[in-house]
Design a protein around this ligand. Structure first.
Ligand code: PLP
Length: 282
C-alpha cells in the first residue's frame, strides 16, 4: 500500500482525506511542487523548496515547517513508498474554514505529501520526438506562482489528448510560445537555444534552469527572449519538466519541426541532464 503525509501524520493513501471546507478544494487556494527522486537522490531539492517558499509567499501562506523538517518529511514519504524512482508531490493550502473568499480567522495550512512512480517517456518519443498543439493562453497573470489552480492546464492537456498529441503550448497575443501546460519550451534558432524569459507569463522550471546550465557548460549560446514558431532558422523544439527532463518536440500543430525526429541539441541536453543525475548518485 502507498503512504501519504496528510493532516500531520502518515496514513495509508486510501485513508488519506481532506476536509470538504479545505480552501484548496473550494478555491484552489494553494500551491504545490513535484520533485523527482532517483534511487533515493532528490534532484535539485533545495531549488524546489526555494520555489515552494516563493509560491507560498506569493499567495501569503506560511507552511509552519522549517526547511530541515520539510526535507525529513520528503525523505520519509519516499522511504515509506515502494518506488525506486519516484515523484514526490507536495501540496500546501491555506487551510480549512467555512467557505468565504475572505478569510478572517487564523487557520493552519494543510500540507500533503505523496509519492508516485516517476514516469519516463517512451523510447519511441525519445527517438521521434513528442508532438504538441498551440492554444491561446487563457491562464491567470501570475504563472510564476506554482498554484494548484490548474483548470486551464487541465483543459489544454485534454484538448491535446483529443487531438492525439502530448502537450499544449500556450501562445501570447503576439503568437509567442510561452510554455506548455506542464512544461517549459525551447527552440533552437540559428544554432542558439531560445526560451521565453522568466517573468509572470511562465513558471521558473527547475528543469529549465538545469537545461540552461548544462547548455552553458557546453558552450551553447542561450537567448532568453519571446520566440515564435515561424521564425526563420528554427531547427528544433523541445520541452522540459521534472517528469520529462528534456524531450524533443518534432511536430507542432501538425507541422514537422526540423527533420521530424529528436534533434541533436534536444538529444544532447537530455543526455547532459541525465548525466547530472548519474553524477549526483556517486
Ligand atoms: N511550466 C509549467 C506551467 C509547469 O506546470 C511545470 C511543471 O509542472 C513546468 C513548467 C516545469 O517545471 P519543472 O521543470 O520545475 O518541473
Amino acid at each position: 500500500t502507498l503512504t501519504a503525509w496528510v493532516n500531520g501524520r502518515f496514513v495509508p493513501l486510501e485513508e488519506a482525506t481532506i476536509h470538504i471546507e479545505d480552501r484548496g478544494f473550494q478555491f484552489a487556494d494553494g500551491v504545490y511542487e513535484v520533485i523527482a527522486c532517483f534511487g533515493g537522490r532528490f534532484l535539485e531539492l533545495e531549488a524546489h523548496l526555494d520555489r515552494l517558499e516563493n509560491s507560498c509567499e506569493g499567495i501569503g501562506i506560511s507552511l509552519l515547517k522549517s526547511r530541515p523538517e520539510l526535507i525529513e518529511l520528503i525523505h520519509d514519504t519516499y522511504h515509506r513508498n515502494p518506488f525506486d524512482h519516484a515523484m514526490i508531490y507536495i501540496q500546501a493550502t491555506r487551510g480549512i474554514a467555512p467557505r468565504s473568499h475572505l478569510l478572517t480567522q487564523e487557520v493552519e495550512p494543510t500540507l500533503v505529501i505523496t509519492a508516485r512512480e516517476l514516469p519516463s517517456p517512451s523510447a519511441e518519443k525519445l527517438t521521434h520526438g513528442a508532438s504538441a498543439i498551440t492554444l491561446p493562453d487563457i491562464r491567470w497573470k501570475r504563472c510564476d506562482i506554482k498554484s494548484i489552480a490548474l483548470l486551464a492546464s487541465v483543459i489544454g492537456k485534454q484538448e491535446a489528448a483529443r487531438q492525439g498529441v502530448d502537450e499544449a503550448f500556450w501562445l501570447d497575443d503576439e503568437g509567442h510560445i510561452l510554455e506548455g501546460c506542464a512544461t517549459n519550451c525551447f527552440a533552437v534558432i540559428n544554432g542558439e537555444l531560445v526560451t521565453h524569459p522568466l517573468d509572470h507569463h511562465v513558471l521558473g522550471g527547475i528543469t529549465r534552469h538545469l537545461a540552461l546550465k548544462v547548455a552553458r557548460e557546453h558552450d551553447i549560446t542561450i537567448v532568453e527572449r519571446p520566440w515564435r514558431l515561424d521564425e526563420p532558422g528554427l531547427s528544433e523544439c523541445m520541452m522540459s519538466s521534472t517528469t520529462n527532463a528534456v524531450v524533443a518536440v518534432s511536430n507542432i500543430d501538425g507541422v514537422t519541426i526540423g527533420n521530424g525526429a529528436a534533434g541533436p541539441i534536444s538529444t544532447n541536453l537530455r543526455q547532459w541532464i541525465l548525466d547530472e543525475f548519474e553524477a549526483m548518485k556517486q
